[in-house]
Design a protein around this ligand. Structure first.
Ligand code: CO
Length: 240
C-alpha cells in the first residue's frame, strides 16, 4: 500500500483512462457522508489497489478495463498491482481475481486452483465440475478464444457479489493468451472448471458479471439455511 502510494503519476494515468468514479448520490447525502467520515474516520485513506473485493454496484465493475501499456509490463507499478491481486486471492481462498475487483481498471487477471482446494470439495463435486489443479497464473492483457463450444452448467459465485451464487453456463474448453509479469507471451489451453475461471475473469475485464447470464431461477443466497437456523443473526463479511 505504502509503496504504491509513492507512485502518483501512474495512479493518475489509470484514473484518466478508465479509473474510479465518484459516487453519484445527491449532494445532501454526499455532504452527510462527508461529515460522518470526517467525524468518525478522520485519517482513513483507503486507495486502490485494495485488499478487499469491490462489490456489485461499484461502477468499476461495469467498466471495460484498459489495456496495460507495453512499456509498463514488468514495471514496479504493475508488479505491485499483481502482487496485491495474488495476496487478495489467497487471503479469501478464491480461484481468480481480475484487477477491477481490487479497484484497478486494467486488464490483468490472476488464477490459481491450488492442490489444497481439493479438500474443500467432495470427490463427486470435484469430478462433476471437472476440477483440477491450476498453478498460479498472472496474465496481462489476456485474450480468450473458445476451443470447445460444449456448455456446462454449474453453480458459480463471485467475490464481488458476495454471499450469492447461481448456475451459469460456460464453454468446455478455451485457449487463453497473455503476457506474464516478466513480459513473456504465454498461452494456455484450459478445460472444465479452469476454463470456467478464465471465462469468469475475462468477463470482469469487460465490465460483465456472472449475474448477467446466470440462470436467474437458481440465484441463491449462500447462507439462506443459516439465516433460518440462526433466526436471521447472520452476517456476510466483506473482510477477512
Ligand atoms: Co468474479
Amino acid at each position: 500500500m505504502m509503496q504504491f502510494q509513492r507512485l502518483p503519476a501512474f495512479a493518475l494515468k489509470i484514473s484518466n483512462q478508465a479509473g474510479r468514479f465518484v459516487c453519484t448520490s445527491s449532494s445532501r447525502a454526499k455532504s452527510f457522508r462527508k461529515m460522518y467520515q470526517e467525524v468518525f474516520t478522520p485519517n482513513l485513506v483507503n486507495k486502490p489497489p485494495y485488499e478487499h473485493f469491490v462489490q456489485v454496484g461499484d461502477p468499476i465493475l461495469r467498466t471495460k478495463a484498459a489495456e496495460v501499456p507495453e512499456e509498463l509490463v514488468n514495471s514496479k507499478e504493475v508488479n505491485l498491482i499483481a502482487e496485491k491481486m495474488v495476496k487478495v486471492l489467497r487471503k479469501f481462498d478464491c480461484v481468480g481475481v481480475a484487477a477491477p475487483q481490487i479497484g484497478v481498471s486494467l486488464r490483468i487477471i490472476v488464477m490459481e486452483f491450488s492442490e489444497g482446494l481439493k479438500d474443500h470439495f467432495s470427490k463427486s463435486i470435484y469430478e462433476a465440475r471437472k476440477m483440477c489443479t491450476l498453478p498460479l497464473t498472472v496474465l496481462i492483457n489476456p485474450v480468450l478464444s473458445v476451443t470447445n463450444y460444449d456448455k456446462h452448467k454449474h453453480h458459480e459465485g463471485c467475490m464481488s457479489v458476495r454471499g450469492f451464487s447461481a448456475e451459469v453456463e460456460r464453454y468446455d474448453s478455451i485457449l487463453i493468451k497473455g503476457t506474464t509479469l516478466e513480459g513473456v507471451e504465454k498461452e494456455m489451453q484450459l478445460s472444465g472448471w479452469n476454463a470456467r475461471i478464465a471465462q469468469h475473469e475475462m468477463d470482469h475485464l469487460d465490465g460483465k458479471l456472472y449475474i448477467d447470464h446466470m440462470d436467474r431461477a437458481t440465484f441463491t443466497c449462500t447462507c439462506w439455511e443459516t439465516v433460518n437456523t440462526k433466526g436471521g443473526r447472520v452476517e456476510i463479511p466483506f473482510y477477512k
